[in-house]
Design a binder for this molecule. Structure first.
Ligand code: ZN
Ligand code: MN
Length: 473
């Protein structure tokens, strides 16, 4: 019988709050080790946690965007374990009564997964391993996390990877998490088991840890699905265990078996009251949800005629999507705007090392440039030059075109003279064209555009060159 792979994901998203989950220490990556700590996040005796309301709001916004039901009242618990990056010896999390349950995310063309739950918790610190020693940095300890747990609805590594990519995009658009997987702001564990196709039972699940990229998730799951299928094929039984992913060797490896599975001894956190969410707040958060990225992409394709690949690029960040919409509104032709934003503008921005939040040119200025191009006041070659200048100087496109003399030549006679000169200088090519190598016309037009410094109207230049060549036949 053919095997079927069953995959569920557990995602930890660091919430974009100013301060940590239960104290006023800054919630920011990096910094001098152990500089962003206080008695609360260190768990010193006598210190008391207080809940960060902004973290609750962001967690609830994630839940609402995923169609989950936010509990009017949830609770915090202590999850006990010993590890040097956890000074309290327990993590404050939500176990029995999470912030939200249910919901799901359907990714068109990829997978769909329902959610079991979304809960709030605090992050642990970080161990820094060096030759001969291990150091503890607790700056991250107490950072706010939302943990999102799916049902085992996904079937392949590729499906899971595409699902996670869409969830990541949604979190970024909600401004709830920066989505930086390499920096640990978004982390994913996966439960994977293989069973005979058609069976409803779940096989012994292997938990995969440390999947810190989308491609890592895909590869680890593909490796693990093949490994487990092979064990079943040869009559063996897959062991319930936790495995790590080694991206360099491209394989999973055992971390701990079920005998050493920890017993967390959850119990209610006595220092925190139940977490109540005001229904009026919930309504306001729901009303303030942004358009989901998938809907935005769909709208760009169906209402604006943008190619699907370009729509995906434009929706990579809310900043770029906003930029595109403002440019398209000011200019009136969304397809041409998308083409320039995904092409030249992106190239210039990336060369300058700037983020999408920091565009090199204001959208209204780009729209003005595109209007000059549409009205054939400049050539497209000149438009590229002007855009570069605009990015450098912040000037208006009209001012640059005037100063640098980049407007299309109003003098058709100089274009004609240039065409005649080029034909005269290249008699062999002119003869070959006359003999039937019609493709040579483009070569001549290219020379003519270069000779006129890009100021000739390309359509007119083509006509002039053709007339010139014909007159020589
Ligand atoms: Zn603190
Ligand atoms: Mn967790």
């Amino acid at each position: 019988m053919k095997p079927e792979t069953v995959i569920g994901l557990e995602i930890h998203a660091r919430l974009r709050t100013r301060t940590k989950m239960f104290c006023a220490c800054p919630n920011a990556a990096g910094g001098e080790p152990n500089s962003r700590i206080c008695p609360v996040c260190l768990g010193l005796p006598g210190s008391l946690p207080t809940v960060n309301r902004r973290a609750v709001e962001l967690g609830a916004r994630i839940a609402l965007a995923l169609g989950a039901r936010v509990a009017p009242e949830s609770r915090f618990d202590r999850k006990s374990y010993f590890y040097p990056d956890l000074p309290r010896n327990y993590q404050i999390t939500q176990f029995a009564e999470p912030l939200a349950v249910g919901g799901g995310l359907d990714v068109p063309g990829a997978g769909s997964a329902r959610l079991i739950r979304i809960h709030l918790e605090e992050d642990a610190g970080r161990l820094v391993h060096r030759p001969g020693e291990t150091l503890v940095d607790l700056n991250r300890a107490g950072a706010p996390l939302a943990e999102i747990v799916t049902r085992p609805d996904l079937r392949t590594g590729d499906e899971a990877a595409r699902w996670l990519a869409e969830l990541r995009l949604l979190l970024i658009h909600l401004d709830a998490c920066d989505g930086e997987m390499a920096a640990g702001s978004l982390r994913c564990d996966a439960n994977i088991s293989v069973r005979p196709r058609g069976s409803d039972e779940l096989g012994a699940a292997v938990e995969l840890k440390n999947l810190n990229s989308i491609s890592g998730l895909r590869r680890a799951l593909e490796f693990e699905a093949a490994r487990q299928a092979e064990i079943l094929r040869s009559g063996g039984a897959v062991e319930r265990e936790t495995r790590g992913w080694d991206p360099d060797r491209g394989r999973t490896y055992p971390m701990r078996g079920k005998e050493t599975a920890p017993d967390y001894r959850y119990f209610p956190e006595p220092d925190l009251p139940p977490l109540a969410v005001d229904p009026a707040d919930l309504d306001a958060w729901r009303a303030g949800l942004p358009e989901p990225p998938a809907a935005r992409r769909g709208r760009y394709v169906s209402e604006m005629g943008i190619a699907a690949e370009q729509a995906a690029v434009l929706v990579e960040t809310p900043a770029e999507a906003e930029y595109f919409e403002r440019t398209a509104a000011a200019f009136g032709d969304p397809r041409e705007a998308a083409r320039w934003i995904c092409g030249e503008l992106r190239r210039i921005r990336r060369a300058a090392g700037a983020a999408a939040e920091d565009p090199p040119v204001a959208p209204e200025r780009l729209a003005a440039l595109l209007a000059m191009l549409r009205d054939r006041r400049i050539s497209s070659a000149a438009a590229k030059i002007v855009l570069e200048r605009m990015a450098d100087t912040g000037e208006d496109p009209g001012a640059i075109v005037r100063r640098e003399g980049l407007s299309l030549s109003a003098d058709p006679r100089s274009v004609e003279a240039a065409a005649a000169a080029i034909a005269a200088e290249n008699p062999d090519q002119a003869e070959a064209w006359a003999a039937g190598k019609t493709g040579l016309l483009e070569w001549f037009v290219g020379r003519l555009m270069a000779r006129t410094g890009g100021r000739a109207d390309p359509v007119a230049a083509r006509e002039v060159m053709l007339r010139e060549l014909k007159s020589r036949k």
